[in-house]
Design a binder for this molecule. Structure first.
Ligand SMILES: [Mg+2]
Length: 433
């Protein structure tokens, strides 16, 4: 048995948790650089489509008094970690599927599962002010479907039975109702049926989840391979997908960003690349891995008139490292080497490659100073501890420039970003007496 726990309108809900004035009104959250809509409150869903560009929307937002906010991914990541911790109490194993979704597995034999799920849901809402819905079923694909039903039953009255709102347990639904639900669900809405597979199935007369569940295995395999065959079986209640609770070892670590304003000269590019390399080094330390190579790239906007320009270089490190100083040195060396004046750069990034576990024994470098590794580890641990305690970038390399004193405007536009409520001391919400 599986449960899928999913935060409703997650980014908007995180913002509302700290700003009660946003409750019960239209709110949208915008992607990096305030590009397009990536999360909508229920009130905003009637007026705004997912993915709509912000610049096309300003009049519409004003007409319906919808508040637009810049994405605050640091806050969402922190709220997600808190939500996942609370959600994990539902059962013995957890797979974190995305920032706002996780599967819980091994629920066989747990007494009063639905009641328990409702209690967990309430706890998440009480502690974090994040409303979520839970789908429970014998397969992951059906748990996804039940989650969708739980959400729709809550949001729209008159559709699904109100008994399924918030928590929907497939096993408490009668067989005839199960069939009716599958017949009511378009095949394209099923987890794992992509935008390409949906129309293809429809052409073959398979338009609902029920049709897919009835499809003979051999036919399903010939149409969409083993993936489609598995989805069909999962809809029949036969579990084919297991919980993936050991995330695959990372192949690469990246930090890439679009610039707030085009970068024309080398100094801001070096500043940006230093910051991205420091960020990537920090991620490598969290993952407990070392990088063997540093790849750096920068390019012009694909929407710009004229010829595109793309610069990139991979720098091997003498010794694998996650020390910000070595990675920044390699990254700025790369940027200096490929930079050419005359190309307005819109985006750059640093990607760490050749990752390996930090504790793996390494052949010693004849040319390296014997005490560098331990000094480096201790220094980076101290930097991480200070930043964890006093807030991001309290201490950082001078080559990254000073946040807030960024004359060329390369840093992202986040004109409407909320404070880092849970992560920076100065940003703690103040309760008013
Ligand atoms: Mg969600």
């Amino acid at each position: 048995m599986f449960a899928l726990i999913d935060g409703n309108n997650f980014y908007v809900s995180c913002e509302r948790a700290f700003n009660p004035r946003l409750a019960q009104r239209g709110v949208v959250v915008l992607s990096n650089n305030d590009g397009c809509v990536i999360s909508r409150s229920n009130e905003a869903k009637v007026h705004v489509k997912m993915g709509q560009p912000y610049y096309q929307l300003q009049e519409q937002l004003a007409a319906h008094s919808i508040t637009a906010l810049s994405a605050n991914f640091s806050l969402y990541g922190d709220m997600s970690a808190r939500m996942m911790r609370l959600a994990s109490a539902l059962g013995p194993s957890q797979e974190i599927y995305s920032i706002d979704e996780c599967f819980i597995g091994g629920l066989e034999g747990i007494a009063q599962l639905t009641t328990r799920a409702r209690a967990i849901r309430q706890r998440i809402e009480r502690c974090l002010s994040i409303p979520c819905c839970i789908g429970i079923a014998p397969t992951k694909t059906l748990a996804k479907l039940c989650n969708h039903i739980a959400k729709e039953a809550e949001r729209r009255q008159g559709g699904y039975s109100p008994a399924w709102a918030q928590v929907c347990n497939w096993q408490e639904i009668s067989p005839s109702q199960q069939i009716a639900l599958l017949q009511h669900t378009p095949v394209a809405a099923i987890w794992g049926i992509g935008r390409r597979m949906g129309p293809q199935l429809a052409k073959a007369g398979c338009t609902t989840a029920y049709d897919l569940a009835q499809l003979p295995s051999a036919l399903a395999r010939s149409m969409g391979g083993v993936v489609l065959e598995r989805t069909a079986r999962e809809l029949q209640g036969i579990s084919c997908l297991t919980l993936d609770n050991a995330p695959a070892a990372k192949q690469q670590i990246a930090c890439t960003r679009s610039f707030g304003q085009a970068v024309h000269t080398l100094p801001p590019l070096l500043e940006a690349v230093s910051e991205f390399a420091s960020r990537a080094a920090e991620k490598a330390r969290v993952a407990d891995v070392l990088a063997a190579q540093v790849h750096v790239f920068a390019y012009t906007s694909p929407f710009r008139q004229g010829l595109p320009w793309h610069g990139a270089m991979t720098v091997p490190l003498r010794q694998p490292s996650n020390d910000a100083r070595s990675l920044v040195q390699a990254a700025t060396h790369a940027a200096r080497s490929f930079f050419q004046a005359g190309h307005p750069l819109s985006k750059a990034g640093v990607i760490l490659l050749g990752l390996q576990p930090s504790h793996q024994p390494r052949t010693s470098d004849l040319f390296a100073d014997a005490d560098i590794p331990s000094t480096s580890t201790h220094l980076m641990q101290a930097v991480d501890a200070i930043n964890a305690r006093y807030g991001k970038q309290t201490i950082h390399l001078a080559s990254c420039g000073l946040p807030g004193q960024d004359s060329t405007g390369w840093r992202m536009k986040q004109a409407m970003r909320s404070p880092l409520y849970t992560m920076r001391y100065e940003d703690l919400p103040v309760a008013q007496a």
